[in-house]
Design a protein around this ligand. Structure first.
Ligand SMILES: [Zn+2]
Length: 390
């Protein structure tokens, strides 16, 4: 698709430029030599003739009616990874566009994005801070440019959580409201870096203060209360997860299971799993409850649960669980051997699948991330649904 855009761009750019210039040419009798020079320069830029790039960039006059073409060119080069070209074009616009105009601010924003893409985070940071100062004076371009968001993303990439939090408190209150969910994650990151339990809890409290529904903070509370052996608080944190977003309950299941088993709270564990299945959790929790019943002499109940789950939401996970039940109850025979082989095949197949998927960019992965490695959105990665998932 990008390649197609790239092929069409010279045509669109040339046409746009031509149409924009047509009237002006009639009035100004624009020299033909200059037009030819413009087209040649565009061609040099869009082709891979490195030796002509400098010349091309110098020849391309940036005027008000060709500004959109230059912005489009710059953004296209950035998308294509040709960052030196993108930077040069956006630098040219910033130096030529009148300061305090939306075009100048747009060019600064585009340049800041080029720097982020190139890994020049300090340059990007200072440009964005300057832009935030400038944009304060012209409210109409703030919504479009969104420099605060990109500044937070910049600190997120460099993992400068303190700087991010500090800049957030300088934002206006509507903007703070807009980015509370991001700062909640910054506090979660500080929780991970801290060793002392009181400070860890303070960061989680701050996270929840900024975003009550920060599911990540509730998941970390589970770890804290398990460490403190605080059953009441642990149960409250677990119920919060089930209320806020039951899909994430499965991410804390292993440590919860270990805690309940080592504390010999097996009936409480069973009650929690029953409650979880009623809250809308996925196949993993149904399989866990079935396994718990199966191991505690409730074989019929366990089989019935899995059969019902397979009917309502067919999945290989529940199917494997059903085979496990049959393997345990079957007499030694060829049929039992076949079941073991079948279970092994399904299990091996599931192990090779991407069990997580980003809801924003569809990035697929076999492990869980709070921050999508592809689109850099928080809490967008969840377990896949359907036959191989939940
Ligand atoms: Zn993503």
């Amino acid at each position: 698709m990008l390649e197609m855009m790239f092929l069409l761009l010279p045509v669109a750019a040339s046409y746009g430029w031509y149409m924009g210039q047509k009237n002006a040419l009639q009035k100004q009798n624009y020299p033909t030599k200059k037009i030819n020079g413009y087209f040649s320069s565009l061609n040099y830029l869009l082709s891979h003739q490195q030796e002509h790039i400098e010349q091309a960039l110098d020849t391309l006059n940036i005027k008000e009616d060709t500004l959109d073409i230059h912005f489009a060119l710059g953004d296209l080069f950035r998308d294509r990874g040709e960052l030196n070209k993108a930077i040069r074009i956006h630098q040219n616009i910033t130096s030529l566009a009148h300061t305090h105009t939306i075009q100048h601010h747009k060019a600064m924003m585009a340049l800041a994005k080029d720097y982020i893409a190139s890994g020049f985070y300090d340059r990007s940071e200072s440009l964005l801070l300057e832009l935030i100062e400038l944009a304060d004076k012209t409210d109409e371009d703030r919504e479009e440019l969104n420099p605060e968001y990109h500044l937070l993303r910049c600190y997120q990439t460099t993992q400068e959580w303190d700087k991010g939090i500090k800049s957030f408190y300088d934002f206006s209150s509507p903007l703070q409201k807009k980015y509370n969910h991001i700062i909640a994650h910054f506090y979660c990151e500080k929780y991970l870096l801290e060793d002392e339990i009181h400070s860890k809890k303070r960061y989680l409290n701050l996270s929840i203060k900024h975003d009550k529904s920060c599911i990540r903070a509730w998941c970390y509370y589970v770890d804290v209360y398990i460490e403190e052996q605080n059953y009441i608080k642990l149960r409250q944190a677990t119920y919060s997860i089930l209320r806020q977003n039951p899909a994430f309950f499965v991410e804390v299941l292993p440590q919860i299971k270990t805690y309940y088993h080592t504390s010999n709270k097996l009936s409480e564990y069973e009650a929690l799993l029953v409650r979880a299945t009623k809250s809308g959790t996925g196949n993993t929790i149904y399989c866990e409850l079935a396994e718990h019943w199966f191991n505690h002499q409730k074989v019929q109940q366990a089989n019935h649960l899995i059969m019902e789950q397979l009917k309502s939401s067919p999945s290989l996970k529940a199917f494997t669980q059903l085979i496990t039940h049959h393997v345990h109850t079957a007499e030694q025979s060829n049929a039992k051997e076949s079941l073991i082989i079948l279970r092994h095949i399904v299990h091996s197949y599931l192990e090779k699948q991407s069990l997580y998927q980003c809801a924003t960019c569809d990035f697929q992965t076999s492990r869980f991330y709070w921050l999508c490695p592809s689109c850099h959105e928080w809490t967008s990665i969840q377990r896949s649904s359907g036959l191989i998932g939940e």
